[in-house]
Design a protein around this ligand. Structure first.
Ligand code: HEM
Length: 223
């Protein structure tokens, strides 16, 4: 499934958001079609595989949300940091569901996850544009393809809601208007042309980090 083009009538007012989306379409398709992800979506994955993905996401969102706290009071960062998006508590609940109360002692960050966390702690921490690049690809993705993933893993593997808190946004009952507002914030954030270019470049890097994560999960799940 490729990301549909933005509707023509909104293209003029959402030109930067549309540009971000268009420039990253190829990287999106590559991440979406990574073997691990397409097997999971096609019903050839396992609950263990989804649990492994959830475990890696825990480290990533922990870092993303720690860095996010440092942007909360920033003039631009505050346009994006939103408690309704925060996923760490949801991931903790899911891991307790899948792995039991001592889940913290059993999960280990893979090498690609460690690289992702390091990127968040350095690059996302240094400018609001690079932070938002990472914020955008995870949270807007979770509110978009993530909602399809939720339906598919529930269907294929029978995972109940108790294990899918990560993909459930109780404070965002309607993703569409939320995503429209998010794109408007991308548009209105007073970044310079250089900062906008840095955001687009970092979105590309972030898709690559996700791709590497899925590749490693694919490898480890095959063993
Ligand atoms: C099987 C996996 C996936 C499917 C089926 C999928 C599907 C989609 C679809 C249909 C949209 C458009 C939704 C809309 O316009 O409202 C979308 C948007 C998006 N997806 Fe995915 N996706 C997948 C994986 C991913 C991954 C792995 C990431 C990032 C790591 C991601 C990040 C995004 C982002 C950031 C958007 C928003 C684009 C924008 O409007 O600016 N997706 N996805």
């Amino acid at each position: 499934m490729s990301v549909p083009a933005a509707p023509a009538e909104t293209a003029a007012v959402t030109s930067f958001a549309a540009q971000v989306r268009e420039r990253s379409q190829g990287a999106h398709t590559r991440a979406e079609n990574a073997g691990f992800m397409s097997r999971l979506m096609g019903g050839e994955g396992t609950i263990a595989g989804y649990t492994a993905l959830t475990s890696q996401y825990y480290f990533i969102y922990d870092a993303l949300e720690r860095v996010g706290e440092t942007w909360r009071d920033d003039a631009i960062g505050s346009m994006f940091v939103d408690d309704a998006l925060l996923r760490r508590t949801a991931l903790e609940a899911d891991l307790e569901y899948f792995l039991g109360a001592d889940w913290r002692e059993t999960i280990v960050a893979s090498a690609p996850t460690q690289a992702y966390v390091e990127r968040l702690e350095t690059i996302a921490a240094r400018s609001s544009a690079e932070f938002v690049a990472h914020h955008y690809i995870r949270y807007l993705g979770d509110l978009s393809g993530g909602q399809i993933i939720r339906v598919m893993v529930q269907r294929h593997y029978g995972i109940p809601d108790e294990g899918l808190n990560f993909l459930n946004f109780p404070l965002i009952p309607k993703p569409k208007p939320f995503k429209d507002d998010y794109r408007a914030a991308l548009e209105n954030a007073p970044w310079t042309a250089e900062e906008r270019a840095a955001l687009i470049a970092e979105v590309e890097v972030a898709y690559g980090l996700n791709f590497d994560l899925f590749t490693e999960l694919g490898r480890s799940q095959e063993q």
